[in-house]
Design a protein around this ligand. Structure first.
Ligand SMILES: NC(=O)c1ccc[n+]([C@@H]2O[C@H](COP(=O)([O-])OP(=O)(O)OC[C@H]3O[C@@H](n4cnc5c(N)ncnc54)[C@H](OP(=O)(O)O)[C@@H]3O)[C@@H](O)[C@H]2O)c1
Length: 293
């Protein structure tokens, strides 16, 4: 049995579908029964539950391998403490259910314990899972998700600009989430990792936000779409206005600052091993299809 948490999200859904396509038994975990229905229709066993210890010990029972992630709790008064609670619950459930293999979704920058916003919580979760004796754990550390830019569609439509607090000229790796899922599914099928290990996933190439905006602009028929770097203070206020807790907003600003200051970056040189196939231009076509809906 494979157990996939975050099964209705970007990475989890694709992993579930790939494992089912290989004829594997899969338990799909999320809180929304409604969102799990399409996966159940494809043959997954739905498990409705929150990422806390009692539910996860049941969800993980009989699992040969689990895929774990720690969603960013957007309204938490203390984001790192919340992430640590989820990490602790996952670790305890893995130990109780005696799961031998774990693929854990982490992030580029998770080697750092400070100054990288919500990624510091993922650092803590990596450390916690690494303390599990006799469990093989592979941490996947992907770059900035291309799909994050989908959130900017209303801004592009309403204000005619694309913007984030990231500097326009900082080149950073960006990855398509389906490529993270492909790596996770392959490693879950092969179960070829021993002990504790890390794999960075860096997308096809580094891109600046100005370059990314130009590619998106061309795909949606707005070739002169400008990129604007938002001031930290204004962006933080806007995030709070959208319902994020002050601590989460502070954390995201810290993370953008870390990108801009060159702190939040991969530890490895780009290579065939950490390069993933989906180009930003291919993602831009998906972006344009959503934009035009
Ligand atoms: N965005 C980036 O650039 C980036 C880069 C590197 C790493 N990451 C990491 O990627 C992760 C997100 O992965 P993703 O994009 O695949 O997921 P996602 O699309 O954000 O979806 C989250 C999934 O988790 C489930 N979920 C949320 N809260 C839950 C809870 N309390 N208990 C049980 N299930 C819960 C959701 O379903 P329900 O709501 O139905 O429960 C959904 O299936 C985060 O840990 C983030 O730090 C993100």
């Amino acid at each position: 049995m494979y157990v996939i948490t975050g099964a209705t999200g970007h990475t989890g859904r694709v992993i579930v579908e790939k494992l089912l396509a290989e004829g594997k038994p899969v338990r799909a975990v999320a809180r929304s029964a409604e969102h799990l229905k399409p996966l159940a229709a494809k043959g997954a066993e739905p498990f409705v539950g929150s990422l806390e210890e009692t539910a996860m010990a049941r969800a993980f029972s009989g699992a040969e391998a689990v895929y774990t992630l720690v969603p960013t709790p957007l309204t938490a008064p203390n984001v790192r403490a919340s992430q640590n609670r989820i990490g602790e619950a996952l670790a305890t459930a893995i130990a109780k259910a005696r799961v031998p293999f774990v693929v854990n979704l982490s992030s580029v920058g998770a080697q750092l314990s400070e100054k990288v916003g919500p990624v510091t919580g993922l650092h803590d979760v990596e450390q916690r899972l690494n303390r599990l004796e006799g469990v093989n754990v592979l941490h996947l550390r992907p770059a900035f998700f291309m799909e994050n830019l989908m959130m900017n569609i209303p801004m592009i439509k309403n204000m005619g600009i694309n913007g984030t607090p990231m500097k326009g000229d900082v080149a950073t790796p960006m990855i398509a989430t389906k490529d993270i899922a492909a790596e996770a599914a392959e490693r879950l099928l092969r179960l070829d990792f021993k002990g504790k290990s890390v794999k960075e996933l860096l997308g096809p190439r580094e891109l600046t936000m100005t370059e990314a905006t130009a590619i998106l602009g061309r795909a949606i028929g707005k070739p002169s779409l400008p990129y604007v770097q938002f001031p930290y203070g204004e962006a933080e206020k806007a995030m709070i206005g959208m319902g994020l807790s002050p601590d989460v907003a502070r954390g995201y600003i810290e993370m953008y600052r870390a990108f801009n200051d060159g702190i939040m970056k991969p530890t490895e040189q780009r290579s065939a091993k950490n390069t993933t196939p989906t180009s930003f231009e291919a993602f831009a076509e998906e972006f344009a299809a959503v934009y035009k809906q």
